[in-house]
Every structure is written in C-alpha cells, then in structure tokens.
Design a protein around this ligand. Structure first.
Ligand code: 5CA
Length: 398
C-alpha cells in the first residue's frame, strides 16, 4: 500500500468522549469511527489488525480440533423461549419483529442456536465429543457502553461450544479450550491469567475469565503474583493439559465478584498478594445440561439409555482485543503492535526530493519485490521531510 493512498482519516485532537488511551488512539489514527453510541465502523487500518487477531484465534481453535461454522446474527425468539432465557436476558437483548410480526433478536450469544443445530442431527454417543465455533458479530444493548471497542453494543466475538456425554468427558473439552486460550494470548504477546469468575447470564458453576493487566481495566482482580510466572509448556494430550490446569488452579486468582478477603489472606502470603485491575479478553464456561435439558438435546448411550449432552461455551472478545492490546502495550501515545498482528510487515521510507525520483524508484522496486513475495509492505511515497516520515510511518507500523 502507498501511504498517500491509505484511507486513514486522522483526527488532530482527542475526542472528548474518549477517556482511555486505546479509545483515543484508535479514533485519532483512523482505525474506527463511531457510527452511533457503542457502534463502530472498522476502517481499513483497524479492520486489518482485527482480522489478524481473528486469524490467530481461528488457528488455535482449529489446532485443538474445533470446527468452524457460521451462524446468523439474527435469531428466532422461539429457541430462547424454549431455554427460558428470552425473559431472563432482559433489556440487554435487542428484540425485533419481522414483517410477519415474528419475534426475532440480534444474538448476544449462541448457546440456544448451536444446541438447536446439534439436536437436529446428532443422536448417538458415537458422534461425541464435538467442538464447534464461529466468529461473528454480537449485539448487547449495554447500559453504559464506554471505552470504545472495549465495551460496546456491537462487537466481534469468537464463541465455541463443546458437546460431551459425561461431566468427565466435558472436563477434557474444557481443559483443551483452557489451553488453546493460553496459547492464543501468548501469540498475541499478552499475559492473560485465567481467573475464577461468576457465570452471570450464561450460567453453570465452573468458569474462568482470562484477564490481562491494565490500569484502565473494568475488572478488579485479586491474585497470587506467582501465577504470572507459570511457564506455558507444549501440551499435546489430555493428561498434560490437565496437569497444566492443575498448576494454574493452585494459585489464588479471582475477580471481585468471587473475592473473599479472609480466603485471600489465608491462601496468599502478604508479599505475594496482588490487587489490581485488568481487562477480560476471554471467558469460558461449563454448564452441563443447562441448555440441553430444556431444549431436549440428548443422545443414545451404548447401553440404550439416553442422556442430555453436557455442554460448555467459550468466548474471546476479538474486537475488544484490539483495544486491550493497545492498553497493555502503548508507550508515549504510540501504539505498539506485536509482530503477529502489526498492520504491515515492512515500511519503506525513502527520502524523496521534488526533482529527484531515484530514491523513490529504488524504493518501489523493493516494494514490488516484497509484494510479489507476499510480504505486506507500506511505502511512504509522500514528499515530507525524512524525520517527519519516520515518525509518522513507523508509528503506524508499530
Ligand atoms: N457465551 C459465552 C461464551 S461464548 C459468552 O458470551 N461469554 S461472555 O459474555 O463472557 O463474552 C465473551 C467475551 O466477549 C468476553 O470475555 C469479552 O472479551 C467479550 N465481550 C463481552 N461483552 C462485550 C462488549 N459489550 N463489548 C466488547 N466485547 C465484549
């Protein structure tokens, strides 16, 4: 891409509504544009980064055998009535009617829809375990959308769902996801700590929030510092992944809704206590038959009996991650992108004088060579002074 052609509507000032760095920088560098409260358009630069994050998330899901599909954003209210959540979800759900007056909604999550898909075809234990996921827009009519893409109404989420025949088998699926999450965040150069958390409207009694440390985070966290030192070892089978989860579970790490001071003081020595703030970038849940029971999603077992499938769901905030990575890594008003998701691989910044095109021609040669070798390059073809160009282009690249 030639810098002069890049569609990148820069803002000179910080918009007054932007209170945190990531929101300010994303607006100012033309990554996003607010369309209405809590709803954003993703402009080329922001979109490119989000797509790279999405791809890393996808690759790590595929590695543990999860299969990608795509469910629609608009869902029928009927299945939500079957599960009982149509009423429970309250005002956060955007409800709509089609021209026939049929009740529809913009999906805030997909437990019901995936269960409906699953129950329609899977009848035997032989088809289990199964892991399915999609990466799709969600809508939640948040009471107080804020901090740009961090808490907005329309956001891009990876949500996966596991189906097993027993709690024991389901625990293996849960652990696999736990591991895939650690790997995903590591590739994004983030230290995301799994923390015991409340399950809220998703339900169940086992859940971990993956939280990265950031002053501007909305989650208050209480942890044993030593959890940050755990080394992520390659784990290729159920046993080694189970061991890894055990290591994490040894250390106290909870969000404020699960925090109990007595327990914290008892389990964690004063010098290891860490009380700080973080951003929730992922959340995994195990809820057994919470959805399969009301939605009558069962399979035949070997002995002829039937059982409701045991399910879990696993979310990653793909669009939130763009803001979260900025929050975790920015320095002096400059966004710092991990190499794995930087918008361009290489920036070519030649010194170009008005009547001397030699440098530019050389730079273009390199640019074309890189492009022909599938290396995404940005060529600064503007005639500004070299030092100004370095500052501008390299901050965009990083
Ligand atoms: N069904 C489950 C798992 S698939 C679920 O919806 N979990 S969740 O509610 O915790 O959302 C998953 C992730 O989406 C969160 O960890 C967070 O990173 C992201 N997320 C949730 N709400 C928002 C929001 N309003 N704006 C941006 N990202 C959000």
């Amino acid at each position: 891409m030639y810098l002069s052609k890049l569609f990148i509507p820069l803002l000179k000032e910080n918009p007054s509504e932007a209170k945190i760095k990531s929101h300010q920088l994303m607006l100012r560098s033309g990554m996003i544009k607010q369309s209405s409260t809590g709803i954003y358009s993703w402009l080329p630069l922001g979109f490119k980064i989000m797509k790279k994050i999405e791809q890393i998330v996808r690759e790590e899901q595929n590695k543990i055998g999860a299969q990608e599909l795509l469910m629609p954003t608009i869902q029928s209210a009927d299945i939500w009535k079957e599960s009982g959540r149509y009423k429970d979800y309250g005002e956060e759900m955007l409800r709509i009617k089609d021209r026939q007056g049929k009740e529809m909604l913009y999906g805030p999550t997909n437990e019901e829809l995936i269960t409906e898909i699953f129950r329609a075809s899977v009848k035997s234990y032989k088809s289990l375990p199964q892991l399915l996921y999609h990466i799709q827009w969600k809508f939640r009519d948040e009471l107080r959308p804020r901090f740009g893409v961090m808490r907005c109404k329309e956001f891009f989420m990876k949500d996966a769902y596991s189906f097993d025949i027993s709690d024991e088998e389901a625990n293996k699926s849960y652990n696999k996801m736990f591991y895939a999450y650690l790997k995903t965040f590591k590739r994004l150069e983030l230290v995301a700590i799994p923390m015991s958390a409340e399950t809220g409207p998703i339900g169940g009694d086992l859940s971990h929030e993956f939280v990265i440390l950031a002053e501007t985070g909305e989650s208050k966290i209480f942890a044993d510092k030593r959890i940050f030192e755990i080394e992520l070892k390659e784990s290729n089978n159920n046993e080694s992944i189970k061991e890894l989860r055990k290591i994490y579970d040894q250390f106290y790490a909870v969000t404020d809704d699960k925090f109990k001071k007595d327990e914290f003081d008892k389990k964690v020595k004063k010098e290891n206590q860490l009380i700080t703030k973080g951003i929730e970038v992922g959340h995994i849940f195990y809820f057994g038959d919470k959805y399969s029971k009301p939605l009558k999603c069962s399979v035949d077992l070997q002995d002829g009996k039937k059982t409701n499938v045991k399910m879990g769901s696993y979310g990653i905030g793909v669009s939130r991650l763009v803001g979260a990575i900025i929050e975790a890594k920015f320095n002096n008003n400059v966004m710092k992108w991990p190499e794995s998701i930087s918008p361009y691989d290489v920036a070519i910044i030649p010194s170009i004088k008005k009547n001397d095109k030699l440098n530019f021609t050389k730079a273009e040669k390199i640019y074309n060579f890189l492009r022909n070798n599938n290396i995404d390059a940005l060529l600064d073809d503007t005639e500004e002074h070299l030092s100004a160009k370095f500052k501008k282009t390299s901050s965009r690249l990083r």
